[in-house]
Design a protein around this ligand. Structure first.
Ligand SMILES: NC(=O)c1ccc[n+]([C@@H]2O[C@H](COP(=O)([O-])OP(=O)(O)OC[C@H]3O[C@@H](n4cnc5c(N)ncnc54)[C@H](OP(=O)(O)O)[C@@H]3O)[C@@H](O)[C@H]2O)c1
Length: 280
């Protein structure tokens, strides 16, 4: 059996967390979803997840979005501060060791920090070579909130390349040159770059060899030239754009490139209809 040691980072509550995780979208239980933003619902949703996972507690629970949306798609306008109170109770009850947020922007984090008893340990947001999020990362790190990058490969993979999406793709010559120099792959260079920015990544894969590949990034260093070359791909291009929610209160992203025209994708409609609520 191959064993890879993943370094850890210390959270603001003293708990150590691996600096690399496995993305699990649509694979296992999603955490506190935006249907459950009332304080009592947030607590119940964690209890329901634990029952489905057959666990007494989890290491970490996140508020998935700052918006609150009913199963019918209605903007419920529940303040995320109320949801956070529910998560603080989850912590008190011993149902999770740490609590954090996802998709919060700087203003939302500032308001949360000014009004919470327990600060979030992480903010999980989209970060990849096209979307560096420097201001958000700097703010989180100044507040000892660990930044976790979702969709770390952005539109690099052939399966996820809208027509206008920017470089680099897997075959980008500049990325291949850096990869060849270090005897690594383009995906490993990408994850290493994020790691050297002190960002935790959660690449998703269902392929065993890629799991090992993605985890094998702790035995080399990108030099300053590499870093400068890679940094030029940051063109503030967002891969995950839920335009169908952009008129909801507390939508965290700047106004988007296209007007609302997409229907909610099937995977989110399944969540919306609550069909996921009893998967056991
Ligand atoms: N908080 C949020 O709102 C939010 C939003 C989006 C995502 N997320 C989380 O972030 C996780 C990761 O993001 P993501 O799934 O959007 O995208 P991603 O991890 O950037 O990319 C996943 C894709 O890359 C492929 N891949 C992985 N490793 C590879 C490798 N070494 N070589 C070639 N291809 C490789 C995977 O293929 P195979 O699986 O076929 O190997 C899959 O098609 C999700 O699973 C989810 O847990 C959170």
């Amino acid at each position: 059996m191959v064993k890879v040691n993943i370094p850890t980072t210390k959270l603001n509550n003293g708990i150590e967390m691996p600096v690399l995780g496995l993305g699990t979208w649509l694979g296992i239980d999603e955490k506190v979803w935006q249907h459950n933003h009332r304080e009592a619902d947030a607590i119940q949703s964690v209890k329901d997840s634990l029952r489905r996972l057959n666990l007494d507690y989890v290491d970490q629970v996140l508020m998935h979005w700052p918006m609150s949306i009913s199963p019918d798609g209605i903007d419920e306008k529940i303040d995320y501060l109320e949801t956070w109170k529910g998560l603080e109770k989850v912590l008190d009850m011993g149902l999770a060791k740490s609590i954090g947020v996802s998709n919060f922007n700087v203003e939302q984090l500032k308001r949360l920090l000014a009004n919470c008893k327990v600060p979030p340990v992480v903010n999980q947001v989209e970060i990849n070579l096209n979307l560096g999020q420097k201001e958000l990362v700097d703010y989180c790190q100044s507040q000892k909130i660990v930044v976790v990058a979702y969709s770390p490969f952005g539109t690099m993979m052939p399966s996820r390349q809208p027509p206008d999406s920017p470089e680099p793709k897997l075959n980008n010559p500049l990325m291949l040159a850096i990869a060849n120099k270090h005897g690594k792959t383009v995906t490993q260079i990408t994850l290493r770059y994020l790691y050297q920015r002190n960002i935790v990544s959660i690449p998703k894969t269902v392929t065993k060899s890629r799991l090992l590949e993605n985890a094998s990034i702790f035995d080399f260093n990108l030099d300053e030239n590499d870093v400068q070359t890679i940094a030029k791909f940051d063109v503030e291009y967002r891969t995950v754009v839920p335009v169908f929610w952009q008129n909801h209160q507390n939508y965290p992203f700047p106004e988007e490139r296209q007007p609302y025209k997409e229907d909610i994708p099937l995977c989110l409609r399944i969540w919306k209809n609550g069909a996921n609520a009893d998967i056991d």
